[in-house]
Design a protein around this ligand. Structure first.
Ligand SMILES: [Zn+2]
Length: 217
């Protein structure tokens, strides 16, 4: 029996509070105690479930609607499916308790990096609607006021970094971490990154066609 907040062993603790971090617990309530250090909480399992559904569902819907470039659908779906396997392996590694749990900051960064990018893209679309009164009719940034051009530059630049990382760095990191036993606990965050990436690129592919035309040209 372990604290869900700090993994402190609660065996023999009768005060109902973790001596390490003060979190309240009820020994008979599995929602308040973990059966092994780092056991994923119910909310974390829900997050993984939602991410998996969005990672597969959004690109699949985009593929059916047929507005999105096929290559981009592949670029997000293939790592997403591999990421699903990596998350399953990562959870198994966590359950086996042979290695410590991955740092929470790494998990947060893996999910939040693609999410921050898609928030920037959605805000760019809104910025366009407000500033231009509609979607761009010309390719590139001709006619964009400086603030909108900067906004677009940052969103497109981060997209380039995200795609290069996912295609060329992420697979090497995943193979490297899976092959080196002490690094295996990074498999879960790497899997979560691929799921978040697939879900966010899937979100981009479902944006209005005139925006997609501008984005990919
Ligand atoms: Zn604690």
């Amino acid at each position: 029996m372990f604290c869900r907040a700090c993994d402190y062993s609660l065996l023999g603790v009768h005060s109902g509070r973790c001596p390490e971090c003060g979190r309240a617990f009820v020994p008979t309530d599995p929602a308040t105690v973990a059966s092994f250090p780092g056991q994923p909480s119910r909310s974390f399992r829900h997050l993984i479930g939602w991410l998996s559904a969005l990672a597969i569902g959004l690109p699949a819907v985009a593929a059916v609607l047929g507005d999105a470039p096929f290559l981009i659908i592949l670029i997000c779906m293939v790592p997403g499916i591999i990421g699903l396997g990596a998350v399953a392996v990562g959870l198994h590694i966590l359950r086996s308790q042979l290695l410590g749990q991955p740092p929470r900051i790494l998990i947060a960064a893996a999910i939040l990096a693609p999410v921050a990018w898609i928030v920037l893209v959605i805000s760019l679309a809104l910025h366009m609607r407000v500033t231009l009164g509609g979607w761009p009719t010309r390719l590139g940034m001709a006619g964009f006021p400086p603030a909108l051009a900067t906004h677009a530059d940052i969103a497109l630049g981060l997209w380039g970094i995200l795609i290069l990382f996912t295609l060329f760095v992420w697979p090497i990191l995943l193979i490297g971490c899976a092959a080196i036993p002490p690094a295996r606990r990074a498999v879960l965050p790497l899997g979560l990154f691929a799921l978040a990436h697939a879900a966010c690129v899937g979100g981009l592919l479902l944006m209005p066609s005139p925006f997609l035309r501008w984005w990919f040209d």
